[in-house]
Design a protein around this ligand. Structure first.
Ligand code: DI6
Ligand code: FE
Length: 418
């Protein structure tokens, strides 16, 4: 005799004793107090006020879980990282503290190029092994989707190796990984006297191969005085689009090269950093629907003083995302919640804008707005359950361990409650 009869129209899991920050609809945070959310076959099958549940919880789902009276948000989306790399740059940190600037170190052959040497020397297993603790830290902070860029290989073989390491990091099936090809990140030493030759290699050889082998979801570039010019960037964007790959751009981080406007002209998913963004760039982004990805970790770690134009972006209706920019040089950050705090304390965003920046707008920056980023029926059941009384606590605490459980595609891991 079976102990219980399960109907196959039952939900797999139902969370109750929960408040929901759905991040959808007109209410602040899309909040539903005393709500419930259900998952079936990896998707959100129901979300709403508990009172509106059509039956008793046990009659509706095979497993009923308590959120302990805390809050459930969409799983966090970290839409801009350089998580996979060889070596570290702690010595450079010391040099900066002694007075050298990020740009001086880069021009003297340190910076990105030093990480390139260490990345080329590593085998793919080493890259996976060294990135794993960083990825674990993001997961412990509630991340269920992460974007990982290449850009430390700078030749076809080593760029593909980095993208393969990024793929392998998702093999456990408990996180969604999106990969971005960043061939135009720095000039590799062997092309030091042949900029055109390297841009051609990226546009005419690497992008066709990356597109053919399906190892990246988008193409990025570093448009900057110490990176690549707008004309070089445009050439690579043309190649990317000709091969059906969407683009995004590191723009206006250290200087204003009109990169954001260029990105918007190419229908970019996002323009990222943006401390030096000008008014024409804001207007172009608003018109194209290009997301502004703001990276307070890099701003903080480089001790920048020029703020991105948040008020103007808000007034223009440009969607704003927040990400860690996790990388060994300008943003050695593996804490998503610290980025929410810094988005508020450094950039003067509201806690609601910050959370939207790591959920709904982070999803949009990856072109995944129909799949993840809000608690809505039909989207992936990627959730973060938090031991908090108000959603602003996610931005307010510094270094606290607030995650109760992380749910990817309806499956619970990292249970830390009770
Ligand atoms: N801007 C950044 O913040 C990272 N890349 C980029 O183009 C920094 C990468 C590094 O310093 O290794
Ligand atoms: Fe970056």
């Amino acid at each position: 005799m079976p102990l219980a009869v399960y109907r196959n129209d039952m939900w797999d899991t139902l969370w109750i004793e929960a408040n929901l920050a759905t991040m959808a609809g007109p209410a602040p945070y899309g909040a539903i107090r005393d709500g419930a959310v259900a998952a079936k076959d990896g998707r959100i099958a129901w979300a709403g006020p508990r009172k509106a549940l059509p039956n008793a919880p046990e009659a509706l789902a095979r497993e009923v879980r308590s959120a302990g009276g805390g809050w459930i948000t969409p799983g966090l989306v970290d839409c801009h990282t350089h998580l996979v790399f060889g070596g570290d740059r702690a010595r450079e940190f010391e040099l900066r503290l002694e007075g050298a600037s990020y740009e001086e170190i880069a021009r003297a052959g340190g910076g990105i190029v030093s990480t390139v040497a260490a990345t080329r020397a590593a085998i793919v297993e080493d890259l996976v092994r060294s990135a794993a603790p960083r990825l674990a830290a993001l997961k412990a902070g509630g991340v269920t989707t992460v974007e990982i860029k290449s850009g430390y290989g700078l030749d076809l073989e080593n760029e593909l190796k980095q993208l393969d390491a990024a793929r392998r990091l998702g093999e456990d099936g408990d996180i969604r990984i999106r990969r971005t090809f960043l061939g135009l990140h720095a000039l590799p030493p062997e092309y030091a006297n042949d900029r055109d030759g390297y841009v051609s290699l990226v546009a005419d050889t690497m992008i066709p191969e990356v597109a053919r082998s399906g190892v990246a979801d988008a193409v990025d570039a570093f448009c900057e005085g110490i990176g690549f010019t707008a004309a070089e960037t445009e050439r690579v964007f043309m190649a990317a689009r000709a091969h059906g790959l969407p683009v995004k751009l590191h723009a206006e981080q250290l200087s204003d090269l009109d990169g954001a406007a260029l990105a918007a002209r190419h229908g970019a998913l996002s323009a990222d950093h943006l401390e030096w963004l000008n008014d024409a760039g804001i207007a172009a982004m608003a018109k194209a629907g290009t997301v502004a990805v703001l990276l307070p970790g890099a701003f903080y770690a480089l001790r920048e003083t020029k703020l991105p134009p948040i008020d103007k972006l808000r007034a223009a209706g440009v969607p704003m995302a927040i990400a860690t920019d996790c990388n060994p040089g300008s943003s050695p950050v593996a804490s998503p919640l610290l980025m929410l705090n810094m988005a508020c304390t450094l950039f003067r965003m509201t806690p609601e804008e910050a959370l939207a920046g790591m959920t709904r707008e982070g999803a949009r920056a990856l072109g995944l707005q129909d799949e993840i980023g809000t608690l809505e029926i039909g989207k992936a059941a990627d959730l973060a359950v938090w031991n908090i009384g108000e959603p602003a606590e996610l931005s307010y605490w510094i270094g606290a361990n607030l995650l109760r459980e992380r749910v990817f595609a309806g499956r619970v891991d990292g249970y830390q409650g009770e």
